[in-house]
Design a protein around this ligand. Sequence first.
Ligand SMILES: Nc1ncnc2c1ncn2[C@@H]1O[C@H](COP(=O)(O)OP(=O)(O)OP(=O)(O)O)[C@@H](O)[C@H]1O
Ligand SMILES: [Mg+2]
Length: 330
Amino acid sequence: METVIKVDNLTKNFRVRDKEPGFKGSLKGLFKREYKNIEAVKNVSFEIGRGELIGFIGPNGAGKTTTLKMLSGLLYPTEGTVEVLGYRPQDRSHDFLKSISLIMGQKNQLWWDLPAIEAFNLNREIYEIEEKSYKRILGELIDLLDVSDAVQHQVRRLSLGQRMKCELIASLLHTPDVLFLDEPTIGLDVVMQKKIREFILEYNKRHNATIILTSHYMDDVKEICDRVIMINEGSKVYDGDLDSMIKEYADYKILIPIFNDRVSRKELSKYGDVVSYDHPKAVINVSRRDASKIASEILNNYDIDDLDINEPRLEDIIRDAFENGIKTVV
Ligand SMILES: Nc1ncnc2c1ncn2[C@@H]1O[C@H](COP(=O)(O)OP(=O)(O)OP(=O)(O)O)[C@@H](O)[C@H]1O
Ligand SMILES: [Mg+2]
């Protein structure tokens, strides 16, 4: 596979004012400025091939947005190198900018008082898109996202979801090969989240686009991404496929027996961590390795109406991993 993104020991430090809290701190700060270093991204390396869909995940403040900003050339790395499609992003060359897009769910680039369609026309000029292909691509995007009416209205009047769709269109008119999507579904309802996900997948398929996506919604990651890169406190802690990540970080499975007879909670606790027992249904987290053994023991020992063995939810795995301290698996 052709390598499209190459990140080597990427590091970003921010120098920020270090003020003591309170009034006294402010007063002191007037005379003596103290600074501290924030290591937002530390020695991160990875390579991404053309057409890959990457989920870039990590807790708040992990360094995701900072990394995406370096990949799109908005921030200079403190150390290390980035190469995207053979360009050095920080040079911000015209050709580079025509091949990428950074879309941030929390920021908008559209003008509030104008209809979205006017922003699109302006982007056509900025990116020097030929009239004929502009019309075709715009038509295709409006169709896919189902916003033919919305694009005629002032942006301030649009719903959050319509606005996000218009943001996507504005960022994709020049058909970038590489997309950096920073929380593209944030704040949207589940139906709209799903539509945006389907659209991202479709765009990837049509244009063989390489996509890095950050999201706190695990459904986004589950449904879009083949591969996950996880960072924590600026460092990469995992890089691989989603299934292996689940096995690596979730050392348990969930057994859900439905009992015909009454069993004491204490008795059940010898099999694992009893999450709930509301007769006839129990939910027990058991060790992944012994899950099938424990399941057959329970089937043998009790009168069972039904028994399910489930994988933990991705959200729970990630939350536990973040809360309990993430081990590095790279
Ligand atoms: N311009 C800046 N100046 C100083 N510190 C910054 C700046 N931008 C980010 N940081 C700090 O760098 C760290 C990483 O921030 P970043 O925004 O990359 O995290 P994130 O993973 O995107 O988090 P979130 O999930 O909340 O969006 C944080 O500690 C943040 O406070
Ligand atoms: Mg962020």
